[in-house]
Design a protein around this ligand. Structure first.
Ligand SMILES: C[S@@+](CC[C@H](N)C(=O)[O-])C[C@H]1O[C@@H](n2cnc3c(N)ncnc32)[C@H](O)[C@@H]1O
Length: 467
């Protein structure tokens, strides 16, 4: 057997970066193999140092820039390159939008064998400050980006997880995803915790009082701050009251006790320390009470664009029975309800269904019914008989897409139209491929909910083919 070629550290000179690939990395080609390069831009000419090689692809980093892509711009954030959040900040927003649209088209071509005309991407009106929620983690051992050799370097951190590392937290000094006051809140929480000598959590030993910080805001510029502690104690309440004095613009102060080994909020309860227990969001005729643990779309303005497009594509005339699969807290169902005879929402998270029902009640909507259950088991022929045959199905599954049984059940139910909203166009294309003998893609569009990230939402209208 021949010796395996050494790959790590091999530098390939003058590689041309061609296009965007998976996980926000860009693609170049060498020796007939794809090379994934993070933080590159289509059009760059770069020397790449390889760090990994598999049978079909390699991975590497930019070692030397030879020629800069015309799509490059200066990133706004000081944490660009080390924070996993906004991997495309070095690209102009126009280039990002085009790359997102192309990613969707490529998935449909490669996975579904379909080439529908792409409608122009629905770009986000706000390029920065578009999020209404950010979650940060405390850690007693920060991720070191650059060694500064300072004695007594501050090692406590409040920031974001390094991608795929549950125990590594990058300390954040600025983030431009949420309106600016979010930075004031986070930095004040961090400084106050240090002043009060409170302990920061360690994700290996599971010791330390301070675990997470969740900052929410709404359209009216009201703010909710939730601090997650390891235990309920006097120090926790001391922090809350000091913060309340320092940050008088905060509308709602919440604390949550989590003594589990992981940071998930599932099954946790919250306590209102001061102020309101929810923030109100509005969308046309609807009002939503968003509590500390409720799900709400994080880019409100783009969610509105997405829902308007969903409603337009559904083309309702107040006579249809519409199924809203993966309904979450029922926002799409309630949004389209005035245009339908009846809307049936299905979702498997019990709390979300509780929220959907109270959202319906608070908004005086009486033509929506919500069911809690796994769609693969709930959407049966009996269910359809009981709730009425769907004229239109709207589906908005998680990244993994729809279960094959759900796809088969939809084909059997044979609604005239489907609007398929997806945050992962690869699984969307896979599911649509299974339906392509019965449905044609009459409309396809990328919607950018998260500028500067590689994430993209795609909306497709499927029309039943006359047999
Ligand atoms: C992308 S979200 C859609 C939320 C909603 N349409 C909205 O706009 O707010 C997907 C939803 O599907 C739910 N879900 C995931 N798998 C499910 C399943 N097998 N059965 C029912 N609901 C599921 C998740 O809990 C989540 O609320």
């Amino acid at each position: 057997m021949g010796k395996r070629k050494k790959v790590y550290g091999t530098v390939i000179e003058k590689m041309i970066i061609e296009e965007a690939g998976a996980e926000g990395k860009c693609i170049a080609r060498h020796d007939g193999k794809i090379v994934f390069v993070p933080f590159a831009a289509p059009g760059d000419v770069v020397d790449v140092m390889l760090v990994r090689s598999k049978r079909n692809y390699s991975e590497g980093f930019i070692r030397e820039m030879q020629e800069k892509s015309p799509y490059r711009v200066d990133p706004k954030c000081i944490h660009f390159g080390s924070c996993g959040g906004c991997k495309w900040q070095h690209l102009s927003y126009d280039a990002q939008s085009k790359m997102k649209s192309k990613l969707v088209a490529d998935n449909f071509r490669k996975i579904a064998g379909l080439e529908p005309e792409m409608q122009p991407v629905i770009a986000s009106e706000k390029e920065y400050y578009y999020r209404n929620k950010l979650e940060f983690s405390f850690s007693d051992l920060k991720w070191i980006v650059e060694k500064n050799n300072e004695e007594n370097e501050e090692m406590r951190a409040l920031g974001f997880h390094i991608p795929q590392r549950f125990d590594k937290i990058l300390h954040i000094e600025e983030c431009h995803l949420q309106p600016e006051y979010s930075n004031t809140i986070r930095n004040t929480v961090y400084e106050t915790a240090i002043e009060l000598e409170l302990s920061f959590y360690n994700r290996k030993t599971h010791e330390g009082l301070l675990r997470n910080l969740i900052i929410r805001n709404n359209q009216d510029n009201q703010w909710m701050v939730s601090v997650v502690f390891n235990e309920e104690c006097e120090d926790a309440l001391r922090l809350m009251s000091t913060l309340k004095e320092k940050l008088s613009d905060v509308h709602s102060w919440i604390y949550i006790i989590n003594n589990k080994r992981n940071d998930s909020m599932d099954g946790l309860d919250y306590k209102v320390f001061d102020g309101s227990s929810f923030l109100e969001e509005r969308m046309e005729h609807l009002k939503f009470e968003v509590g500390p643990l409720s799900f709400y779309q994080t880019n409100h303005l783009q969610a509105y664009e997405l829902y308007k497009k969903t409603r337009e594509l559904a083309g309702l005339s107040e006579n249809e029975v519409v199924y809203d699969l993966y309904t979450g807290t029922g926002t799409i169902a309630l949004f389209i309800a005035p245009n339908a005879k009846k809307v049936v929402g299905i979702e498997y998270i019990e709390d979300a269904i509780v929220n959907a029902n109270s959202n319906a009640k608070n908004n005086n909507v009486d033509n929506c019914v919500f069911y809690c259950g796994d769609i693969a088991k709930t959407l049966t022929e009996d269910f359809i008989q009981k709730n009425g045959h769907p004229d239109v199905i709207i589906t908005d599954p998680p990244r993994s897409g729809m279960h094959p049984d759900v796809v088969q059940q939809i084909i059997k139910a044979a609604p005239e139209k489907m609007v398929y909203v997806s945050c992962n166009s690869a699984t969307q294309a896979r599911d649509i491929e299974m339906m392509k003998d019965k449905y044609e893609v009459a409309y396809l569009q990328a919607v950018d909910m998260f500028p500067h990230t590689h994430h993209v939402e795609a909306i497709a209208l499927l029309k039943r083919i006359a047999q």
